[in-house]
Write a protein that binds this ligand. Structure first.
Ligand SMILES: [Ca+2]
Ligand SMILES: [Ca+2]
Ligand SMILES: [Ca+2]
Ligand SMILES: [Ca+2]
Length: 599
């Protein structure tokens, strides 16, 4: 243990010395951060953002009085009460919007400029033995879940974030509501039981429906008016075809493990959903939406929904309102269908996540990254009713609340990486989020070395002191702490590193807006080099900024001779940042990266 700690300390020392190389005019880190002037949030482009993705329930408890959700005796919200068990990873833990508001300085100091919250609308607190702490089981699309706070608390969070020039994005759902509707054939005449073995209701196809082979959907007595707005209580606005088996038409029309799948093929439903989220924009004035389960809704829905909401936000004075969808696919050709055909401004870049996994966990060649970026042209849109976008607006991430953390993938790897190597590979993956095209997202807790035991509940640890045994037995990266302690440590190596990455990202427009070209890749781990070029106007003169970013994905020193024509023969090439400066000029240290300015 001691040896590992010493190595980490020396790694930290390396980082600090590299930082000194990076920051011009001898400014301290703090001074530089302040010197970088972010445009005001109202005018700031989506590509300027550094995102932090957080589950408010797992972040910080700012108000203990709301831990049980709706007040006792509140008949209208009775199903939004309870579910608190701090020792259980599938239950509410007490974190809330007030807590997030209190911790804004922690995010601000790390260079976070936008927050993406998991859904905050009022949920059904309990379903099938676990709770709606994650927010994806909505009953009421007009009010904030009482476990998280009130509508006023959300407005206060946004107001305080905006004061710090931080944007707030909501996670929204149009695919399903909470599980209220049951099928007589599966759950009995009262809808309260399970008649089908295996706890699922097999999907009935459109062809079966034509033959009259249908389910008899019902709403159990007493649950007829649970949902808001009230049109959602009409059984006819759902597909009612049973559970999705994640393939073919069931992927669009089936229930997501019992969650009532909305009939998004109906014009009335499209209009109703547009109205729901127009009202959310009007009330809260968020800076944008992340959209859940996009792949499970028909394309025609998005073609109407996206332009309608983008235009509406502008009428509310949110000129740079932006939306990105969750399309769970690793193929750029499929991902881009939802921007090109579906008219969504952007999507989460699952394909980049897959490439990071292949190169940095599985040790495939850096040509995997080159192949990915060579498909960026798929994302160029040519719409006439919505602003056009391209791969620069993709949303980059290393892991998330469903698939688990990148640190977990590293820990699980058959390569048995040492702790130091896990740290280095994790940092390099995150550097790729900031310095290749696309907008970086930090998954909360990654900056504290969180690891986890897998995806879903196992990757949703508490930042506040946790009581979950399976979280607290984790060996966190680059710290001696466990999740049993408070983990808002601004001296953590990852927090410090991400802060530096954010500073570089904000300092050089080419890193945010630059056209990206691959300069070098190979069929094994090692050098991957890209250039980022961007035209900017300085003192009335047009000039081009050109940066060169070099990653070494190998666990050995690599020569930079392959980049000689760019770095050494170009006398103007200036080293801006070196993540590990233990090598001389023409070499790059294992699992490290360097940034040069060519113009
Ligand atoms: Ca609370
Ligand atoms: Ca259901
Ligand atoms: Ca659906
Ligand atoms: Ca564990």
């Amino acid at each position: 243990m001691m040896k590992i700690l010493l190595t980490i300390c020396s790694l930290l020392a390396l980082n600090i010395s590299a930082n000194a190389t990076a920051l011009s005019a001898g400014l301290s880190q703090d001074e530089t951060a302040k010197a970088i002037k972010l445009a005001p949030y109202q005018q700031r482009d989506f590509q300027d953002e550094v995102f932090y993705f957080v589950l408010p329930d797992r972040f910080y408890n700012g108000d203990k009085s709301n831990d049980l959700g709706a007040a006792a005796g509140d008949k209208k919200r009775a199903l939004s009460r309870g579910g608190l068990d701090k020792t259980h990873k599938g239950m509410y833990h007490g974190g809330d919007l007030a807590g997030l508001t209190k911790k804004l300085p922690y995010l601000d100091n790390m260079g976070i400029t936008a927050i993406w919250l998991t859904p905050v609308l009022r949920n059904q607190a309990m379903q099938a033995g676990t709770s709606g702490y994650h927010g994806y089981w909505i009953l009421d699309f007009t009010e904030i879940d009482p476990h998280l706070g009130s509508n006023a608390d959300l407005k206060h969070l946004i107001e305080q974030a905006h004061k710090r020039n931080i944007k707030v994005f909501f996670d929204i759902i149009t695919n399903h509501t909470a599980d209220v509707i049951k099928y007589e054939e599966c759950h009995g005449k009262d809808g309260l039981g399970w008649l089908v073995k295996g706890d699922d209701c097999p999907y009935k196809s459109l062809a079966q429906l034509v033959e009259g082979d249908v389910y008899t959907p019902l709403i159990p007595v007493g649950s007829e008016n649970l949902k808001t707005p009230s049109w959602l209580n009409n059984i006819d606005v759902y597909h009612n075809q049973g559970d999705s088996h994640w393939a073919g038409e069931s992927s669009i029309r089936g229930d997501f493990a019992g969650l009532d799948d909305i009939d998004t093929n109906s014009d009335k439903v499209v209009a109703g959903m547009v109205d729901i989220y127009k009202a959310i924009i009007d009330e809260f004035k968020p800076d944008g939406f992340r959209i859940d389960t996009v792949k499970h809704v028909n394309m025609e829905f998005w073609q109407d929904f996206s332009p309608a909401l983008m235009a509406h936000a502008k009428t509310q004075g949110i000129d740079n309102f932006f939306m990105y969808g969750e399309v769970y696919s690793f193929e750029p050709e499929l991902l881009s269908r939802f921007t090109v055909e579906g008219k969504l401004p952007s999507v989460l870049d699952f394909a980049l996540q897959g490439a990071l996994q292949k190169t940095l966990v599985e040790q495939q060649g850096t040509d995997v990254l080159a192949t990915l970026f060579a498909q960026d042209h798929f994302y160029q849109t040519t719409h006439d009713d919505i602003e056009n976008t391209n791969a620069n607006q993709l949303v980059n991430f290393t892991g998330n609340h469903d698939m688990g953390r990148f640190a977990y993938s590293l820990k699980q790897s058959k390569h048995n990486y040492s702790e130091l190597e896990q740290i280095q590979r994790n940092l390099l993956a995150h550097a790729m989020l900031y310095f290749s095209r696309g907008v970086p997202v930090i998954y909360y807790g990654d900056e504290q070395g969180f690891v986890g035991d897998g995806g879903d509940q196992a990757s949703r640890q508490d930042m506040m002191p946790s009581k979950v045994a399976s979280y607290n037995d984790d060996d966190l990266l680059a710290t001696d702490k466990t999740t049993a302690a408070d983990n808002f440590d601004s001296s953590h190596l990852f927090y410090q590193s991400f802060t530096q990455y954010a500073e570089l990202y904000q300092q050089y427009p080419a890193l945010r807006f630059g056209k990206q070209s691959t300069l070098y890749a190979q069929d094994k781990p090692g050098v991957f080099a890209i250039s980022r070029t961007h035209k900017l106007s300085e003192n009335g003169q047009d000039k081009e900024q050109e940066l060169l970013v070099v990653f070494n994905t190998a666990n050995h020193v690599e020569s930079l001779n392959v980049l000689d024509s760019h770095i050494h023969r170009d006398k103007n090439a200036k080293l801006l940042y070196l993540s590990n400066d233990s090598q001389d000029d023409d070499k790059i240290a294992p699992l490290s990266f360097a940034i040069y300015q060519l113009k």
